[in-house]
Ligand binder design. Structure first.
Ligand code: ADP
Ligand code: MG
Length: 328
């Protein structure tokens, strides 16, 4: 792991547009580093703010949804949040890119695959005509799309979900970027196709030193793919640790509950999380720890005051009063 992170997120905070007077934070003081060649998993129940974190990093939050209110997104030493939109457009897709759960929503249904991948490659490399087509075929081949010379001319609906996701990855890798954000890219794929896609990502990473932020529901994927894991709850990262350490010594009661709720790593995604109770509404967060109403260990201080971030080991921290001596 390099000493300087390729991506450094500091205090990233995103407000939802809200009719109410009080600010509603969907992303609350999110802070982490991402190093070249590593994969950081981002886990948490649905609605915890994983996708809005990704979109905030890329400055892709629609104005109708909300806005980034504070923080820094340092990519290769530049603060993306401070860039004029024009400069941001030169970075987005090129140095930092995103692949989504369902590429059907990001691919244009009426354009051939080759034209869409070609558009991305053409943006970053001065190629046209035959040389561009050759580069597109190479990009499809690099994502292990069989018969790439024929596939360039098909439309998205003529491909399987797994192949479409590889096209999404070919577009994401066109830069090629230093950082790839993958927001549940394999959730819609069946287990075999999913495993093939993850192997592909790992191989690409090994060859390019790509840093990956990988959002997933699935602790099986975390175990096989990630170096470190960040656990999100109600807009905050409540625990961050190297992957083996998180599995062996979870320090936040929420992480423990998540891990306990995994019946079997092969199990159905929908059944993975089954913790009692529900995440709190973001516009009505508890006064103290957001997890306190569901936490079996919660005491008075947890209900009254926000917990501090406590370092519990090398590269391991969690936000919990139980980690503070002589409190609660
Ligand atoms: N387009 C949107 N409009 C309004 N609220 C949204 C929108 N997208 C997400 N939110 C809210 O922001 C919070 C975080 O959502 P999201 O980042 O999508 O969670 P996750 O990806 O972890 O499932 C949720 O409470 C959700 O209701
Ligand atoms: Mg999401």
């Amino acid at each position: 792991m390099a000493a300087v992170p390729v991506l450094r997120i500091e205090g990233l905070t995103t407000e939802l547009r809200s009719s109410k007077a009080a600010r509603v934070l969907a992303v609350d003081d999110v802070t982490f580093d991402l190093y070249a060649g590593e994969t950081l998993g981002l886990v948490g129940e649905s609605g915890s703010g994983k996708s809005l974190t990704c979109l905030s990093i890329l400055r892709l939050i629609p104005a109708t949804v909300g806005k980034v209110a504070a923080g820094h997104v340092m990519l290769e030493g530049k603060d993306l949040l401070a860039l004029p939109e024009e400069d941001m457009r030169a970075v987005r897709g090129r140095r930092i890119s995103i692949i989504l759960q369902d590429p059907m929503t990001s691919l244009n249904p009426v354009l051939r695959i080759g034209d869409q991948v070609g558009e991305a490659i053409g943006l970053y490399r001065a190629l046209k005509g035959k040389p561009l087509r050759t580069a597109v075929i190479e990009a499809l081949r690099a994502m292990r799309i069989p018969a790439p010379a024929e596939r360039v001319d098909v439309y998205p609906h003529q491909m399987s979900g797994g192949m479409r996701q590889r096209v999404g990855a070919a577009i994401g890798m066109a830069g090629p970027p230093a950082v790839l954000i993958a927001d549940e890219p394999t959730t819609a794929l069946d287990a075999t196709v999913q495993a093939q896609f993850l192997t592909l990502l790992k191989d690409v990473q090994r060859q390019t030193g790509l840093a990956i932020l990988f959002v997933t529901h699935d602790f099986g994927i975390v175990a096989s793919l990630c170096d470190r894991v960040a656990v999100m709850y109600a807009g905050r990262i409540v625990e961050l640790a190297p992957v083996a350490e998180l599995f062996e010594r979870p320090r936040h009661p929420y992480t423990e509950a998540l891990l306990r709720s995994v019946p079997d790593l092969e199990a159905d995604v929908e059944r993975l999380y089954s913790i009692d109770g529900h995440p709190p509404a973001l516009d009505a967060l508890p006064k103290g720890c957001s997890f306190a109403p569901r936490c079996p260990l919660a005491s008075e201080v947890c209900r009254e005051r926000k917990p501090p971030r406590v370092e519990t080991g090398a590269g391991h921290w969690a936000e919990c009063w139980k980690l503070v001596e002589n409190v609660g």
